[in-house]
Write a protein of this length. Structure first.
Length: 253
């Protein structure tokens, strides 16, 4: 499935022209507490518009995923279905990874919290922006996101996407890349680091000159949870996703 994404994008490139756009709007912040990034996160939300919640389809606004409402049967030690947020809780995204899957951390009393089940001591490194759950890919640091009209198989694009990260120690370990339907890179940026453990970082990028974000690729640190690459330097996982309301994919003129 992961390989198919790149083949499909490359095929479209042959038919559609490359278009140049204005510089994107970048929202970033880092700190030791949720309050240190809250204003920037709220600014990003405001830029995208009202929160549309779950289901339906709208001409504007944004969607959010905080992971906290995921049922225990789809949280650690169990894996999260890649299409959960388009099928079970329709918000118009499906996840892909070259790794083995995805996991949402457990609630206290159900299983070890904040991925202590995957990495002993992780809860002493990680913090939550919206408690209690966090999110990670398994066996890889890469998560790719495709957008859909919520609850359907109709391909869509978004105006912007942002993520909260926890425990970003290095300024070159955690990034978000934004691609159009041609496979052209619209923007790539690193999440800001924060000194110490149990910190929070936010990176959000929005486009207001007609750009259509077809695919988002997140690289969260350089150490895999439940994978073979334990030789990196920065173990990072994710909290809230915030993104513009998925709009039907259109062919550029």
């Amino acid at each position: 499935m992961f390989r198919w994404l790149h083949i499909a994008v490359a095929t479209v490139t042959l038919a559609w022209p490359t278009i140049s756009f204005a510089a994107p709007m970048i929202f970033e912040a880092a700190g030791a507490d949720p309050a240190d990034i809250q204003t920037v996160v709220d600014d990003f939300r405001h830029f995208l518009g009202a929160d549309n919640g779950v289901g339906g389809s709208f001409s504007g606004g944004h969607r959010e995923i905080s992971w906290d409402g995921v049922p225990d049967r789809f949280a650690a030690p169990n894996n999260l279905p890649a299409n959960f947020f388009n099928a079970n809780s329709p918000r118009g995204v499906v996840f892909f990874t070259p790794g083995s899957g995805f996991q949402v951390s457990a609630k206290d009393g159900v299983a070890p919290i904040e991925f202590d089940n995957l990495h002993p001591g992780a809860s002493h490194k990680f913090a939550t922006f919206s408690p209690p759950r966090l999110f990670t890919a398994l066996g890889s640091t890469v998560t790719e996101i495709l957008f859909f009209i919520p609850g359907t198989a109709q391909a869509a694009t978004t105006q912007g996407f942002g993520s909260v990260f926890t425990d970003v120690d290095r300024d070159d370990s955690t990034k978000i890349e934004y691609f159009d339907v041609n496979g052209s890179l619209l923007f790539s940026g690193f999440a800001p680091r924060a000194k110490g453990n149990q910190t929070l970082s936010f990176l959000g990028v929005a486009f207001d000159a007609g750009e259509q974000v077809f695919l988002v690729r997140i690289t969260s640190g350089d150490v895999e949870l439940e994978g073979s690459n334990h030789g990196g330097h920065d173990l990072v996982v994710m909290d809230d996703f915030i993104y513009g309301e998925p709009q039907p994919l259109t062919t550029p003129e």
